[in-house]
Design a protein around this ligand. Structure first.
Ligand code: HMG
Length: 435
């Protein structure tokens, strides 16, 4: 069955019906559903393994974005996120993309980067010569001593390069870049160990002093690309989406918000799958200003009746190791995604980020963001002003009417309407006192 058909009306279902659909689809097992109904992970001893001074868990809502078909494969997308309208917008936009086009992805490059810094290099040229004489041997040595398990899987250190960077007090700085293929791991621990191992032979043979070793999150040696192509888009809308894109490509103030919107689609998947979202955020933002100006990481063009969007940025994730393997909810989410590799997960994240961006641009250039966002935010407002169970529904209804009439609503609107509802209730003769 086509994914759109499977998910038709999904958002209007009760929670148990949603579980039934996901079970029928094979996205969740009976045991997964029982685990989720019981509230997910509670194991305090496990928390002690993850972090220091643990005192519990912080539970974010977990939802699924629907209608995603990426590279021809149907995916149910788990998203752990606190913000209203992200999942709705992703799901609605994914359906639109399916109806008019497709999402295709690829990975450009395979290696992550580790840095070895010599802050005050005495002789940069001698270091260059040393590297070219010893590179093959250093790589063989470190691959055998530190990265043997990765080499077995087809990864390991693939190159070592040397860069000259402006240092302090007129000193040049030398920075080795160790290019490492981490296979399906995110690779942070391994690349740091590789760099610290290489520090030994570098210092011993050069007489230089290594200052520090650490991975770089600006992984421009491995980029994830997602592309959307759509036909039959209303020309006026296509043009407006292109204009919105050019705004974000040219103006850093808009680029920051555009990229936040893209990350609305990416971060929730990273959190749900136990990945390091700070690392991905840092990499994406650094890549967004690679030419000296902060720019959009997505680009949309409309021509010849075709709307084309592209996301290209570093998106380093793992599907094995660390929290991805140990946190039961992260495992459940990875199983739900049915993802085969770290690159596969990165490509899904890029696709959802790009779809999310399209959804926001469509809303921004047509009805505006408030209408859809506030429609879904109404429940938060009713909770925020303290409406009880009996008051919630009539309050929501009044807020929906006000939103439709005024195009905006606020916390104080909700408060005033609630007070009015309570006033009516208090003066109505047949009402009994709530106390
Ligand atoms: P709508 O047309 O009123 O929704 O849109 P609908 O009730 O007709 O339902 C249509 C479909 O939308 C549903 O199909 C769902 O797929 C989805 P169905 O399941 O019924 O077959 N949908 C939902 N899914 C789950 N739960 C729901 C739900 N409601 C609809 N409750 C919608 C409403 C919010 C989707 C639309 O107005 C929209 O896409 N707005 C954009 C909202 C958005 O982009 N939010 C992101 C946060 S804003 C932000 O932080 C980023 C920003 O600054 C970035 C930037 O500037 O670039 C904007």
């Amino acid at each position: 069955m086509e994914i759109d058909q499977f998910f038709k009306g999904f958002s209007k279902l009760q929670r148990d019906q949603r579980f039934e659909r996901l079970l029928a689809m094979g996205a969740l097992s009976k045991a997964d559903i029982d685990y989720l109904k019981a509230g997910g992970v509670h194991d305090l001893a496990l928390a002690d393994n993850f972090i220091e001074n643990s005192i519990g868990y912080f539970q974010l809502p977990l939802g699924v974005a629907t209608n995603f078909k990426i590279d021809g494969v149907n995916r149910v997308i788990p998203m752990a996120v606190e913000e209203t309208s992200i999942i709705a917008a992703a799901s609605k936009t994914a359906r639109w993309v399916n109806q008019c086009g497709s999402i295709n992805t690829e990975t450009e490059g395979e290696t992550i980067i580790g840095q070895i810094q010599i802050a005050r290099v005495a002789n940069f040229q001698a270091l260059e010569e040393l590297l070219s004489e010893n590179k093959t041997q250093w790589m063989a040595q470190v691959n055998e001593q530190v990265a043997a398990s990765m080499v077995k899987r087809g990864g390991g250190v693939e190159d070592i390069q040397l860069r000259k960077v402006q240092g302090v007090d007129d000193h040049d700085m030398a920075v080795f870049h160790v290019l490492f293929n981490p296979c399906d791991a995110m690779g942070a621990n391994m690349i740091n160990q590789v760099c610290e191992y290489l520090k030994g032979p570098i210092e011993a043979l050069s007489g230089e002093k290594v200052t520090m070793c650490i991975l770089s999150n600006l992984v421009d040696s491995k980029l994830t690309v997602a592309r959307i192509e759509m036909e039959g888009v209303d020309p006026e809308m296509g043009e407006k989406i292109q204009e919105a894109s050019i705004f974000a490509e040219s103006d850093p103030y808009r680029a920051a918000t555009n990229n936040k919107g893209v990350l609305n689609g990416i971060d929730p998947i990273l959190i749900a799958t136990g990945n390091d979202w700070r690392a991905v955020e840092a990499g994406i933002h650094a890549y967004a200003c690679r030419d000296g100006q902060y720019r959009s990481i997505t680009k949309w063009r409309y021509s010849n009746n075709k709307l084309t969007g592209i996301f290209r940025a570093p998106l380093i994730v793992g599907t094995v190791g660390g929290v991805t393997s140990l946190h039961p909810t992260a495992r459940l989410c990875l199983d739900m995604l049915n993802v085969e590799s770290a690159n596969g997960l990165a490509r899904i994240c890029a696709s959802v980020g790009l779809v999310q961006n399209l959804g926001a641009l469509k809303a921004l250039t047509t009805v505006g963001i408030i209408e859809g966002h506030m429609k879904l935010h109404i429940k938060n407002l009713t909770l925020g002003v303290g409406a009880n169970e009996a008051e919630a529904r009539p309050l929501q209804k009044k807020l929906e009417q006000l939103l439709a009439a005024k195009k905006r609503i606020s916390h104080s609107d909700a408060w005033q309407i609630l007070q009015a509802l309570r006033g009516q209730a208090a003066t109505a003769p047949q009402e009994t006192s709530p106390i």
